[in-house]
Design a protein around this ligand. Sequence first.
Ligand code: GLA
Length: 393
Amino acid sequence: MNMSEFTLQFSHIFHNETTPRLFFAPGRINLIGEHTDYNGGHVFPAAISFGTYAAACKRSDSKLRFHSLNFPEAGVLECSLENLAYDDTHQWANYPKGMIQYMKEAGHAIDTGMDILYEGNIPNSAGLSSSASIEMVTSQAVAALFNLDIDPIDIALLGQRVENDYIGVNSGIMDQFAISMGKKDHAILLNTDTMEYDYAPIKLDGYKIIIMNTNKQRTLAGSKYNERRTECEQALAALQTELSITSLGQLSREAFDKNSYLIKDETVKKRARHAVYENARTLEALIKLKAGDLEGFGTLMNASHTSLQNDYEVTGLELDTLVHTAWEQPGVIGARMTGAGFGGCAIAIVDSGQIEAFQEKVNHRYRDTTGYDATFYIAEIGDGAKEMIKDGV
Ligand code: GLA
């Protein structure tokens, strides 16, 4: 990313000669712990080097002007600090608008408008959290421009509210948390019930994490996602008739198996089983990683995918083809879908020496099955959202 060029674009697009300040927020992958974050369970995500850049400066009036180099056809989207209500015609800019709205509502003094230019290199609709990345880069910019002292976890929670209340997707806290709190070469184990977290170094001597993009647009992902969340709430309500728990994440596998008869609907039972077992797997995975047992970690990744495929049913032909083919390749420690599912991306831990052959073989099968190509990237685990001090840093 060439920051001087980005700054030039800023003045050109907004006809604004003020030198903007520059910010970056990453995307994220999740190593294990999927669809557990709205069930009071654990997640294990990491920030990646792909992300969203923003160039921003204050204005002297109350106008907010947004432009994205990724959606040039949308032009400059404009609104006023006094009217930040959701508006369909503002398309992607509803994310920054929602963020600014909730920061204001939380009592932060944002008293002038801003010009903000965005450019992201997270593949679109790939399930690597481009929307949370836009939210977090916006909040970084706003906090810096207005000298606001905001805790990065509170910022993440405000971002989650944007998704839940402003956009209407009932997502959990994982994405915004990983993006706000990310640390280079570390994944974060987060207990979404207590919000306690711990960084775990990811040292994959001789191996790399490969992101495999299905390139399948995640249509209806939001509504299916909300449906899964409702099913988990139904399961919890059924279990609560006998158990004093406040989330599925509080159940061990044994306690779940003993009491699952309380859930009458078989589909709802499967959803809950995934949430409970996945939570247990996530904790086990951390132990394996800390003990340097990469094989053991990979086995848990594979089990996670199987559960997401059969019990949670959020994978589909594209993700299953990538993951099942990855499992068959030499030098693969483990593979699973990552993020919400319904298309999007999978990850695999692959021997560095085998990456080229891996990509070729997996893509060959993928193309034969779906008629189009997958895309592969090496995941670099990077820092969370921040202001950029000099070119690319
Ligand atoms: C999306 C949501 C997260 C999480 C994952 C599934 O990324 O935004 O909160 O629920 O799906 O683990």
